[in-house]
Design a protein around this ligand. Structure first.
Ligand SMILES: Nc1ncnc2c1ncn2[C@@H]1O[C@H](COP(=O)(O)OP(=O)(O)O)[C@@H](O)[C@H]1O
Ligand SMILES: [Mg+2]
Length: 212
């Protein structure tokens, strides 16, 4: 369970997260929407322990991700909005993920195949030289292959072609029914049939929170 209480984050004098309260129960499928700049990615980074907030608290299964990041992230995977500009090859990136998270390479290769990306063909390429959509496929496959209890997706399909988008959604529908899934997306239609809760953010506030 993710428990967020009175969370405030400022950048300079700008309030980005405004005394936010949010609980996400195990197994929930949550869509977080909101205009550009609403604070969605900042909230994700805070959950991942990448950001120190000004006040309030976040607990992931009772673990504070800032104090004990390693344990908090043990059951959490993340697909970032902006792929990092890694010089590692696809194979090296997979190796890194395998060594740090005990992922199985075959699992990664199978998810890549399901998303129409051939590991065989692409594994020697530096990650940063892949197209935007290919990077997203690699990051999605790495996150899915970890099979962690909770997966956060920050606009994961923004660069995917329609076929890959459909395949990604079908994988989630068929294999991730019991996981906690949190999506940031502008495309409600695409996650319809998966999400059971829709949260809308505006200027660092949750302005709508409804079950669907
Ligand atoms: N590292 C940062 N330094 C300063 N301002 C930031 C930083 N990260 C985000 N912001 C600002 O916080 C606001 C919310 O950003 P973000 O959470 O990325 O929005 P969203 O993901 O909802 O589009 C924006 O105004 C953005 O400019
Ligand atoms: Mg964002």
């Amino acid at each position: 369970m993710i428990k967020i209480e009175n969370l405030t984050k400022k950048f300079g004098s700008q309030i980005i997260l405004n005394n936010l309260n949010l609980n996400i129960q195990d197994g929930q499928k949550v869509l977080i929407m909101g205009q550009n700049g609403a604070g969605k990615s900042t909230l994700m980074k805070a959950i991942l322990g990448e950001l120190i907030c000004d006040s309030g608290s976040i607990l992931i299964d009772n673990i504070n991700p800032i104090i004990d990041r390693k344990n908090a992230l043990r059951y959490l995977s993340f697909v970032p909005q902006t792929p990092p500009p890694l010089k590692l090859s696809v194979a090296q990136l997979c190796e890194y993920s395998i060594s740090s998270t005990q992922t199985d390479l075959n699992n990664i290769i199978n998810y890549l195949k399901e998303l129409d990306l051939s590991y065989e063909k692409e594994h020697k390429k530096p990650f940063y030289k892949l197209s935007g959509g290919m990077k997203q496929k690699v990051l999605i496959a790495l996150a899915l292959a970890r099979d962690s209890k909770t997966i956060l997706f920050d606009e994961p399909t923004a660069n995917l072609d329609p076929q890959a988008r459909e395949k990604f959604i079908n994988i989630l529908k068929s294999k991730f029914q019991s996981h906690t899934l949190i999506f940031i997306s502008h495309r409600v239609s695409e996650v319809q049939g998966i999400v059971n809760r829709v949260i809308e953010m505006d200027l660092g506030n949750i302005i709508k929170d409804s079950e669907v």
